[in-house]
Design a protein around this ligand. Structure first.
Ligand code: PNW
Length: 451
């Protein structure tokens, strides 16, 4: 499928790719890195498919020059990666590991040398195990530690990093990590996990203030989904409303409006189980330079058929599915973006799509990977961004998830999201058809705008 040919995106629209530390780096025991919750979790039998771990992953910790070369050839403007907190502070607070900072220092310099803007995320789920041992994100003090860590990283890299992303998808981390237990740290607290939402957002707010002192711009990446009711039945509409509050508004409202949404459908007060203290929301709602939106698919919600939660997920029929089984609905991204514009109005900062992509069951045939399903997915979603921009939503950039196949959390290496194929036996990187497609898209954009 050809890429959209009449893109009406602004001249300074930024194109990028995204990764995360635990998913690509490997070298988990090197240069003084401390243990993270993902090291502990993956060591437990039965947690991750096929017993895979991130111990080696893409060996990016050693192969980063090759990976930067792939990005340079791709022609991207910016690279979103994450900094592994346990490399910087092996016990989460206090002593700083210089070798860990040195790694990201080299990476940042390597990116800048080829004209790629480093866009680090400070927390992409790899909490130092030492902090988890004290309660992890259930504990308010973890927010303070996060700001301390943010200050350490900014002091070292802040002269070369302009924009920081504090957290990646606090919703997914809370739900999978603390409510359902399918991700690290593997706790199954259901609604008792809600303080994790507040403590992460408080960590964001405290860190944001520190990053600003270092002259940084601040964003956060939220996983957002447009929520559709399964029918016009009032019970389905009420259920959809409840799900939207939990997935989207619980994380966007405090940042953009300074208040938590009504969660009474969950039997929860606005203080999230007593976690919210006076002044917290002012910190959390400090103006953002941008909102990072990670989009994969819409969600269809029906009234519950069993006691427990006030909603039930309903299947989306009649659309293609990714290898993961996720429905492919590009227009959901347009719907999401215009919906954010309507809900938050002037309070909505410029948006960057900080993740969008899909897993494809691809294989190397004669040295090539023909992942046309990914090209279709990306082309459709870029067109949806264009449509949202045409409808007046301020979107400044788009990062594909992901540069290369990597450790897909509970799915191990079975789900491949990369523009670049990785052979996890040999570490050989093979650009896929989608890599060439994305390179051409970026080159065309640049030519169109004469930059
Ligand atoms: C995101 N869901 O996670 C993460 O930011 C990435 O690290 C991850 O590799 C990528 O998306 C692909 O999964 C998600 O079930 C995990 O809705 C699960 C969901 C959404 C995002």
């Amino acid at each position: 499928m050809p890429h959209p040919s009449r893109l009406a995106l602004p001249a300074d629209f930024r194109w990028g790719v995204a990764t995360a530390a635990y998913q690509i780096e490997g070298a988990t025991g090197e240069d003084g890195r401390g243990a993270s919750v993902w090291d502990t979790f993956t060591a437990k039998p039965g947690t991750v498919r096929d017993g895979h771990t991130g111990e080696v992953a893409c060996d990016h910790y050693h192969r980063w020059p090759e990976d930067i070369a792939l990005m340079r050839e791709l022609g991207i403007d910016a690279y979103r990666f994450s900094v592994a907190w346990p490399r910087i502070q092996p016990t989460g607070t206090g002593p700083v590991n210089k070798a860990g900072l040195d790694f990201y220092d080299r990476l940042v310099d390597g990116l800048l040398a080829v004209g790629i803007t480093p866009t680090p995320t400070l927390f992409h789920w790899d909490l130092p195990q030492a902090l988890e041992d004290r309660g992890g994100w259930l504990e308010r003090d973890t927010a303070r530690c996060f700001a301390e860590y943010a200050g350490v990283v900014a002091a070292r890299l802040g002269d070369r990093v302009g924009t920081w992303i504090t957290l990646n998808e606090p919703f997914v981390h809370m739900v999978f990590g603390y409510a359902l237990g399918s991700h690290a740290p593997g706790r199954s607290l259901m609604l008792d996990a809600l303080p994790v939402a507040h403590h992460q957002l408080l960590g964001h707010g405290l860190a944001a203030a520190v990053l600003r002192e270092h002259g940084g711009r601040v964003m956060i990446s939220n996983n957002c989904t447009p929520v559709r009711a399964a029918s016009e039945d009032p019970a389905d509409l009420v259920a959809a409303e409840a799900y939207d509050a939990l997935h989207n508004r619980l994380f966007n409202d405090p940042l953009l409006l300074g208040s938590y949404p009504d969660l009474s459908a969950f039997g929860v007060d606005r203080d999230l189980g007593g976690a919210v203290r006076e002044g917290d929301l002012d910190l959390i709602a400090a103006p953002l330079d941008g909102l990072g939106v990670n989009y994969y698919n819409p969600t269809r919600i029906a009234a519950p058929t069993a006691p427990g939660l006030p909603f039930e997920e309903a299947p989306i029929e009649g659309v293609p599915r990714t290898a993961f089984g996720w429905p492919v609905v590009p227009d959901g991204l347009r719907e999401l973006l215009t919906g954010l514009g309507r809900r938050y109005g002037a309070a909505l900062p410029p948006i960057t799509i900080t993740e969008n992509g899909c897993s494809v069951e691809d294989e190397v045939l004669n040295g090539a990977v023909d992942d046309r399903a990914r090209i279709d997915y990306l082309a459709g979603h870029v067109a949806a961004v264009e449509a949202a921009v045409a409808e007046g939503v301020d979107v400044r950039g788009y990062f594909t998830w992901s540069l290369m196949d990597n450790f897909e959390w509970a799915e191990g290496f079975s789900q491949r999201f990369g523009l670049v194929h990785v052979d996890f036996e040999t570490q050989q990187r093979t650009p896929k058809a989608s890599y060439a497609w994305y390179r051409n898209l970026i080159a065309d954009q640049r030519a169109r705008h004469g930059r």
